[in-house]
Design a protein. Sequence first.
Length: 364
Amino acid sequence: MSPYDPALQVLIDRVKSARDAGAQLCIRGGGTKEFYGEAPRGEVLDTRILNGTSSYEPTELVVTTRCGTSLTALEAMLEAQGQCLPFEPPHFGEGSTVGGMVAAGLSGPSRASAGSVRDHVLGATLLNGKGEVVTFGGQVMKNVAGYDVSRLLAGSMGTLGVILEVSLKVMPVVRAALTVRFEMNETTALASLNGWAGKPLPLNASAWSNGVLFVRLRGARAAVHEARVRLGGEFVEDEFASPFWEGLRNHSGSFFLVALEAIASGTPLWRLSLPPTAAPLALSGESLIEWGGAQRWLCTALSAGTVRDAVAKAGGHATLFAARDKSPGVFAPVRSPLDRIHRELKKAFDPAGIFNPGRLFPAL
């Protein structure tokens, strides 16, 4: 990234001005994920002025793009070359940007098989709280001694700095795919998913809700066909399957539309991260299970303490994904020594506390 880029200089000047004035900045791209995390605070720093793809090597499966680049535009460019972001990042709106994708760290239905956003970050350029442009990582996969800072940025909610540019590993689009459905209860669905996970099957995504389990198979055509025969189930035509998985990815499907109405009425939506083998939780409310049992959505009026205690006992943690009242705290509290690591990282990258104050945890 050229240090003489006018758009970059605008961002640097804003950060230095905020530092000198003791002000705080709310880093914002398309604003499609402002609902996620603690409430945004500070003057808006619009990253969309820094956009465009810096380099793209289809043969190397690497793309380097700027923070304000439209996620839709990036995926269209990759699609033209028969490639994709395999972790299916959610957009949640037309204005979604690459910087927001990395900062939020959210992945779609294929995360359990393809990996997360973090797994595909190769390198990043960051504007820290001192107004300095620093670069971490590169454009190849490699082992890293100490902190892998570029991957640390995934899910940091913009609290460490402005992600100026990021290099991502991309993958060829796998054309052979099909969806099957099974009618089964939650216990049977979890047992089936865990059993299938231990077999050489091209399982790409799964979702269970209201007594129906959907499974997407994706891979080599022969492998997909063989798995279809082994698993059985009812074949789902692509005209129905594609909108279903898209609805899961961008929370536009029936479960999330109902949840949206509940949220407006004061009932929050929880995102539960659990071991895939965890048994069904005895919690009331509407639920949906993804990622082979590792991600479970729960729309419930139960107290935050009740939800978090039950999830913790099962070996996981609960995030208040969307709610009118965020007073219980969005992300599960971290204990020592992780809390100290969070504070020290914030101090190192943003000593004056300029960026997205309190967005990840109230004290950061």
